[in-house]
Design a protein around this ligand. Sequence first.
Ligand code: GAR
Length: 202
Amino acid sequence: MSAVRIAVLCSGGGTNLQAILDAARAGNLPHGQVVLVVADSREAYALERAKNFNVETAVFDKRDYPRAEREAAILAALKGHEIGLVVLAGFMTVLSPAFVKEYEGRIVNIHPALLPSFGGVGMYGLHVHEAVLARGVKVTGATVHYVTEECDGGPIIAQKAVEVREGDTPEVLQQRVMREAEWIIYPQAIENVCKKLKGERI
Ligand code: GAR
């Protein structure tokens, strides 16, 4: 049976994309295949990572495409590549309800905290870790979830907790959350979702 065709949408460094590509190369993503990487910035290092793995890339830079046109272009690229699963990996644009509806149940995201805490509009990247440290929680982590119209509010697929340590800076905490949670749970969750989309038990 053919693998689910995956598009990964990124805006920046792409370390989660790297973890997904590494998992695929190691044989840990047998039910999925990353066939397209989309970036909304031409400087996104994720594009280099994709090229290193011979994965096709498409760039719809925020400076060239106003929001609605950008979404339309991304949607057209996804359709053109017969994408079965959309993976958001550090994609810093909230998708419109119409886009989400188009791929209902077939868009996943990773968020760098234990949702429903520290989620919602404005909670992305380092801001999340700043908020976690400001609140003084002792445990944070990462969450993989389905994307719905509600920002960070979709059904949870996987979570992993990570300890907050004395003296953490947002940058140090971000790295720990990535290393101990994100890069581990995201490839696993994607494989499970692909399996499910193929109608297999997980
Ligand atoms: C990751 O920590 C991801 O969880 C976060 O941005 C970072 C992207 O890093 N995503 C969000 O905050 C989404 N709301 P990466 O480009 O190296 O994968």
